[in-house]
Structure formats: C-alpha cells, structure tokens
Design a protein around this ligand. Structure first.
Ligand code: T46
Length: 129
C-alpha cells in the first residue's frame, strides 16, 4: 500500500515525521537503509512470515515488485514523500536503483533470518493452503 506523507515545509526546507501507530500501523523496532547499489542489480527475492515494513526512497529512486502469490504489482518509489507499506507474506524484489538511491526501511521486528521465506515455491505453497 502506497502512503503519501504530510510535508511540514517552511522557507528553510521540508521535514517529514513518521510516528509508530499513527502514520504506520506498527511499532518501529528496527531501521536499516540500502544504498550504493551496483547497476542493474536486483535484491530481495523473499517474503516474510511476520514482518511488516515501510520502504521510503529518501534519495533517488527504485522500483519494488510486490507479488501476492496471485497478482504482481510494480511500485516506483521516487520521492521521500512516498512510503510503501509491505505487510507479511508478500514476495518482494527491488530493482532499477538510481545511483543516488537511499532506500530507508522501517521494520516492525528485529532482524530474524528464520522469518524469511527465500524459496519462491515454498512461498506459493503458503497461499495454496
Ligand atoms: C527486505 C528488503 C526490503 C542484517 O544483518 N540485519 C538486517 O536488519 C538486514 C535487513 C539484513 N542483514 C544482513 C542479512 C544479509 O547477510 O544483511 C545482508 C543483506 O540482507 P538481504 O540479502 O536480506 O538484503 P535484501 O536487500 O535482499 O533485503 C532487505 C531485507 O533483508 C528484507 O527484510 O524486506 O530489504
């Protein structure tokens, strides 16, 4: 789900504030950011069992493929004013990173490799149950 954030602007510039439970539906337990990606690389290729995340291209742009197991959608993140909320059990791939892209991620849980579903067929099987 794409969200547009309110910009608090004045003659010095702009500021966006994101608060847990108010602007996003979870408590933020972890923050990470992805940057300096090589040309034409694609990242992700997994789903999460429980994790919810909000992705924001705070600089530059990238595209995100969201696959629900039944349909696929491509989302362009090209503004710090936009955030993509990715709930659990959605396959994601990130690609077309601009050289200046900094992809900020706010996450609902601490890092846990056991929460990852990295096998696409296993992901599809979950939706068949
Ligand atoms: C996601 C997309 C949007 C950590 O040690 N701590 C962390 O918090 C994260 C996110 C990663 N790592 C380690 C695990 C790997 O050895 O960093 C390495 C790269 O992670 P990964 O290959 O999973 O990165 P991406 O870009 O494919 O996926 C990341 C997140 O892992 C994932 O949750 O939804 O960004």
């Amino acid at each position: 789900m794409l969200k547009n954030f309110n910009v608090i602007g004045d003659d010095r510039g702009s500021l966006i504030s994101i608060e847990s439970k108010t602007d996003i539906p979870f408590e933020i337990k972890r923050v990470y950011y992805i940057f300096g990606n090589k040309n034409n690389i694609r990242r992700g290729f997994h789903a999460h069992k429980n994790l919810q995340q909000l992705l924001i291209a705070v600089s530059g742009s990238c595209k995100i493929l969201i696959d629900s197991g039944k349909s696929k959608e491509e989302v362009l993140l090209d503004s710090p004013k936009k955030g993509l909320l990715i709930k659990e059990l959605l396959w994601r791939e990130m690609f077309d990173f601009s050289a200046d892209c900094v992809l900020l991620v706010l996450a609902s849980e601490h890092y846990d490799e056991k929460d990852y579903i990295r096998d696409y067929n296993q992901f599809l099987d979950l939706w068949k149950k």
